[in-house]
Design a protein. Structure first.
Length: 114
């Protein structure tokens, strides 16, 4: 199983980024996919999750600013991040949340400058 995350970078507060995560080795369309993040010195936290049916849920801190989506034809999950804040700075990880073990990508760093 491989989850390849990309799209991180340095952006000013108020800016936007789109993260992508390409999956292989799983039946992508059957998996709930999630984006998590971990800031320095903090625990990893759920940012957003999208089910196989397309249902979504978000952390309160990102609701209204971030949008998770998926393209089953491309085995890819996206996280569109708008109105970024310095407190969004973290390493972002994608995860495949199937009925078995959780699979993690390698993480992509998002840095938001004030």
């Amino acid at each position: 199983v491989q989850l390849q995350a990309s799209g991180g970078g340095l952006v000013q507060a108020g800016g936007s980024l789109r993260l992508s995560c390409a999956a292989s080795g799983i039946i992508f369309r059957l998996n709930t996919m999630g984006w998590y993040r971990q800031a320095p010195g903090e625990q990893r936290e759920l940012v957003a999750r999208i089910g196989s049916s397309g249902s979504t849920n978000y952390a309160a801190s990102v609701k209204g600013r971030f949008t998770i989506s998926r393209d089953n034809a491309k085995n890819t999950v996206y996280l569109q991040m708008n109105s970024l804040k310095p407190e969004d700075t973290a390493v972002y990880y994608c995860a495949a949340l199937g009925t078995g073990p959780t699979y993690w990508g390698q993480g992509t760093l998002v840095t938001v400058s004030s």
